[in-house]
Design a protein around this ligand. Structure first.
Ligand code: CA
Length: 222
């Protein structure tokens, strides 16, 4: 798990980064919003810890910008402002959770784990394309030149997991966690069923995009 920490208070940044590393999270840290956006655009983070009050581009601006650019990376806002309005504003801007300073480090790691356990869906209205296919998350619609079909919720979540990690082989464990959630008691065979459904959908659209089995590892969209 790789975390990006954007926090301008030096002491807090250094101590959080150190403790997160101790907890086993790969952590990168930076001190302002512009630099934060630069890091975010590398697309390598599983979670962003974002301070609300930053010099220059503040946390709210960073959050709305990254959501506008289509990044669905979970964000936990960290802030000294604890009023209800601020919380609502943060969540409206697309934060996944909210933590008010000062907080115990255990509280932060609990929130991180909880946010990372939530299955994520793309909510972007943008069309995404892979090979000869386009996909609209909002309608869960797959389209190619020769056909189209609408995915069920679970099929869409599975397909989106591949779209978010283009060219990568995704392990069974990762897919189960991303689509069903780490806490759920899903049977292993469920994943095979949905891989089968998704393959049939891809075939029905007439697309050349295929879901390959990578033996002993998982699956990859090609
Ligand atoms: Ca600050």
């Amino acid at each position: 798990m790789r975390i990006l920490l954007i926090e301008d208070e030096v002491k807090l940044r250094e101590s959080l980064a150190f403790q997160l590393c101790q907890e086993g999270f790969e952590t990168d840290a930076c001190a302002n919003g512009e630099e934060g956006l630069y890091y975010i655009r590398q697309g390598i983070y599983d979670l962003i810890l974002l301070d609300r009050m930053l010099p220059g581009l503040d946390g709210a601006a960073v959050l709305s910008q990254l959501r506008r650019e289509g990044f669905q990376t979970p964000v936990i806002l960290i802030t000294a402002l604890g009023s209800l309005e601020d919380k609502i504003e943060g969540l409206d801007l697309g934060a996944d959770d909210y933590l008010v300073k000062p907080f115990a480090f255990e509280e932060l790691t609990a929130r991180i784990r909880s946010v990372l356990r939530r299955p994520r869906r793309l909510t972007s209205s943008l069309q995404l394309s892979i090979g000869d296919l386009t996909y609209s998350p909002a309608e869960q619609l797959l389209k190619s030149a020769s056909g189209q079909c609408t995915l069920s919720g679970r099929e869409a979540a599975l397909f989106e997991a591949f779209l978010r990690n283009p060219g990568q082989t995704l392990t069974r464990e990762l897919l189960l966690a991303k689509v069903w959630g780490m806490d759920s008691e899903v049977e292993d065979g469920n994943l095979d069923n949905y891989i089968h459904f998704l393959r049939r959908r891809l075939k029905n659209t007439g697309s050349t995009v295929r879901l390959q089995t990578i033996r002993g590892v998982g699956y990859r969209l090609e």
